[in-house]
Design a protein around this ligand. Sequence first.
Ligand SMILES: [Zn+2]
Ligand SMILES: [Zn+2]
Length: 121
Amino acid sequence: MTRPVEEDCDSQLAQQLSLLSETERKHVLMVLHRDGDLRRHEERRLKELQKQIDQQEGPSVPIDQHSPLGQFCCFLCSRLFYPIIDKRLLCRGCHYFVCHGCATYEHHTGSWLCSQCQKQW
Ligand SMILES: [Zn+2]
Ligand SMILES: [Zn+2]
């Protein structure tokens, strides 16, 4: 069942946006601003997580990969993974997530090996 009142409101809004470029610009800015807020919120969340890790255990203490923390930070140096910048790498030896600094790419296997496993292999 269609509701003409709502439809009218929508079309009015669309008309306003197309006519008033300033309103549209403000709307776009608002969306962009909100996006930035979300990113800042995410960064804050990760920093909080880093703080928790620092308090809980030293960098040399391995993190249990099955704990939620293992999904977010390198199990060797406890460095947090940031999407795009610091992608987590799966070690083919121990199947833990490690950072770029703690892993070496093996061209012959096409996979990553953490520094700990490198000593063993
Ligand atoms: Zn690391
Ligand atoms: Zn490994």
